[in-house]
Design a protein around this ligand. Structure first.
Ligand SMILES: Nc1ncnc2c1ncn2[C@@H]1O[C@H](COP(=O)(O)OP(=O)(O)OP(=O)(O)O)[C@@H](O)[C@H]1O
Ligand SMILES: [Mg+2]
Length: 502
C-alpha cells in the first residue's frame, strides 16, 4: 500500500548542529507510528518538517506518493497534517469553540456583509467533540479555565476540524494525569480506527507498547531503524536509542540516615496544604506519591517560600526558620527543581552557562565580577554529567531540545550543593539514558554528600525505585508512610486513591 506520508533522506542543520541526517519515515493510514530517541535526537525537528514549520535542507517528502513541499504550517494543514506540540498553543482568553475554529471560522452572509456564524461554530464544535466521545465540555467556556487534559482535547478537536489525515503528537502525556492518559489513549484508538495516521512521540516506552504499531528510532539525528512493535521489546528499543543497554534504571545505593535536616510541623496553607507534618534526614531520599492535584507541588512551594505558609513550623538543622520567599530558602541551603521547568526554571533567552550558574552567582562572584572561567567549567561539567546535547556552553537555552532544557534546570540546582534538594517530577520528559544518570546522581548526592532529597513523582516505579521512604499525599494531607522495604506499587496506589469514607 502507498503510505499516506513518507519522508526519504531528510537532512536539516541548524547553526552548529546537524539535527537530522539521512532520515526516513513512512506511515500507513490507521497506523500509530512511534518516533523514539534520546533528548536532542531530532524527533521534534522531524515533525516540524512534516508540519511545515521547518524546511528540510535536502530530502523528499511525499503524501499519497506525490512529492510535496511546505512553506509554512498552513500549507501542511491544507494537506491534512495536524500537530499537537510539546507546548500547547491555544488562546486562553478565547472559548473552546473559537480555538477549534481559529483561522477557519464558518462565515455567513447578510447581503454584502459577512459575519462569523456563531451558531454554526458552536454546533460544529459540539459535533467534533461528540465524535471524540467528549460530551461534557462547554464549547463557550474559556480555554484558560480548563485543565491540561481538557486543553489537549481541544487541541485534538482543532486538529480534526481541518479533517486531519495525519495527527502528530509530541509527548502528549508528559503533563497528563493518569485518568487523562487513559482518555487520550481512547481518542487515539478511535482516530486510528477511522484511518487517521498518528505520529506518536514519548519517552515512556510502556505507552509505545500499548499504542503503537511500529517504531522508528533516531540517534544523534541519524535514522537507526524502523521496527514492528510486536517484534521487539523494551530492552531492544533502549539499546537502539541509546546505543548501549541500560542495566539499571534505579541505581539506588543503600545509605545511612543522618540527623534531621528538614522538619515540617503542622504546615498549613489553604486550600492545598492542610496540616502536613514530616521529617527528612541527611542522606535520605523521601518520595512523595499522590495524584495530580493532591497538593504535592504546593507543599514543595510552601517549603521553598513561593507560597508563604499560613501557620505551622519549618525547622532546618534543628533550628526554627521563617521562609517567606525563595531567595531566603536558597540562602538557608534549600534548592527546588520545579515541575514546570519552562516557566519556572529557566531564562530561555540566556545561554546554558548563565542559566546553570544562576543559583550560585553569589558564590561565583568576586565583589561585583562574575568569575567567568568557573562559570564556564561549571556549565561544561553539567553538559557532560547529564549528557546535555549542545554544541557549547554558550548555546541559548531556547534552541535546545525540550528534554535538554530540563537538564539545564536540574544542573542549575545541583550546582549550589544544597542541604535539602526538592525535585518535582525530576525526570519528566527526560530520555531513558539521562534518566538513569539523574537517578545515579541523586543517589550519590544523598549517600556520599549527605544531602536530603525530597522527590515528588507521578511515576510509581521511580518513587519505589529511588526512595528510602515513601509518603503518600491526598487532598492536602499526608495519609500514609512506607519504608523502602514495605512500599509496593499496590499499597502506595491504594493509599493515593482511597476515597474518604463519609
Ligand atoms: N531552532 C533551533 N535552532 C538551533 N538548534 C536547534 C533548533 N531546534 C532544535 N535544535 C537542535 O537540534 C537538535 C535536535 O533537537 P530536537 O528538538 O529535534 O530533539 P528531540 O528529539 O525532540 O529531543 P527531546 O526529547 O528533548 O524533545 C538539538 O541538538 C537541538 O539543540
Ligand atoms: Mg522534542
Amino acid at each position: 500500500m502507498t503510505p499516506i506520508l513518507s519522508l526519504e533522506n531528510i537532512a536539516k542543520s541548524f547553526p552548529g548542529v546537524k539535527a537530522l541526517d539521512n532520515v526516513h519515515f513512512d506511515m500507513q493510514a490507521g497506523e500509530v507510528h512511534a518516533l523514539l530517541g534520546e533528548n536532542g535526537a531530532g524527533k521534534s525537528t522531524l515533525i516540524k518538517i512534516i508540519s511545515g514549520v521547518h524546511k528540510p535542507d535536502s530530502g523528499m517528502m511525499k503524501i499519497d506518493g506525490q512529492p510535496v513541499s511546505f512553506n509554512n504550517p498552513r500549507e501542511a494543514q491544507a494537506k491534512g497534517i495536524a500537530t499537537i506540540y510539546q507546548e500547547l498553543s491555544l488562546y486562553p482568553e478565547l472559548s473552546v469553540a473559537e480555538n477549534i475554529f481559529m483561522g477557519h471560522a464558518p462565515k455567513r452572509s447578510f447581503g454584502p456583509i459577512r459575519t462569523i456564524d456563531w451558531r454554526t461554530i458552536y454546533s460544529r464544535a459540539e459535533e467534533i467533540l461528540a465524535s471524540l466521545n467528549i460530551f461534557d465540555m462547554d464549547v463557550r467556556r474559556k480555554v484558560g479555565t480548563l485543565n491540561v487534559g481538557n486543553r489537549q482535547r481541544v487541541e485534538i478537536a482543532k486538529a480534526l476540524s481541518i479533517n486531519a489525515r495525519v495527527l502528530i503528537m509530541d509527548e502528549p502525556t508528559a503533563a497528563l494525569t493518569e485518568s487523562d492518559v487513559e482518555k487520550l489513549f481512547e481518542i487515539v484508538r478511535l482516530l486510528k480506527a477511522r484511518g487517521v495516521g498518528i505520529v506518536y512521540i514519548s519517552h515512556r516506552l510502556q505507552e509505545v507498547f500499548e499504542l503503537a504499531d511500529r517504531a522508528t528510532i533516531l540517534r544523534d539525528g541519524q535514522y537507526v531503524e524502523t521496527r514492528a512493535v510486536s517484534e521487539t521489546n523494551e530492552d531492544q528499543l533502549i539499546s537502539l536509542m541509546v546505543g548501549r543497554s541500560i542495566d539499571n534504571l534505579f541505581p539506588k545505593l543503600p545509605g545511612e540516615r543522618g540527623k534531621p535536616v528538614l522538619e515540617v510541623r503542622n504546615l498549613v496553607r489553604p486550600p492545598q496544604t492542610r496540616d502536613v507534618t514530616f521529617t527528612i534526614h541527611a542522606g535520605e531520599i523521601v518520595g512523595i506519591a499522590g495524584l495530580v492535584g493532591s497538593g504535592r507541588s504546593e507543599l514543595a512551594q510552601v517549603i521553598f517560600g513561593m507560597l508563604p505558609a499560613q501557620s505551622g513550623e519549618i525547622w532546618l538543622d534543628g533550628e526554627r526558620v521563617t521562609i517567606s520567599n525563595p531567595s531566603q530558602a536558597v540562602k538557608l541551603g534549600i534548592a527546588y527543581v520545579p515541575e514546570d521547568r519552562g516557566t519556572q526554571g529557566l531564562i530561555k533567552q540566556m545561554n546554558i552557562r548563565e542559566n546553570a550558574s544562576m543559583a550560585i552567582l553569589r558564590q561565583l562572584s568576586n565583589s561585583s565580577f562574575i568569575r567567568f572561567g568557573e562559570e564556564k567549567s561549571l556549565a561544561r561539567r553539567a553538559i557532560e554529567q547529564l549528557s546535555i546535547r549542545a554544541y557549547s556552553p554558550e548555546q541559548i537555552v531556547n534552541k535546545l531540545s525540550g528534554g535538554n532544557q530540563q537538564k539545564v534546570v536540574i544542573s542549575k540546582w545541583l550546582a549550589c550543593k544544597p542541604k535539602l534538594l526538592i525535585m518535582d517530577e525530576p525526570t519528566r520528559g527526560i530520555d531513558v539514558g539521562a534518566k538513569s544518570e539523574i537517578h545515579r546522581l541523586m543517589s550519590e548526592l544523598a549517600v556520599k554528600q549527605g544531602m536530603a532529597i525530597l522527590m515528588i513523582s507521578s511515576e510509581l516505579p521511580e518513587v519505589l525505585g529511588m526512595s528510602d521512604r515513601v509518603l503518600v499525599m491526598r487532598e492536602g494531607q499526608l495519609v500514609a508512610e512506607f519504608s523502602r522495604s514495605e512500599a509496593t506499587q499496590e499499597k502506595v496506589a491504594t493509599a493515593m486513591m482511597r476515597v474518604q469514607a463519609s
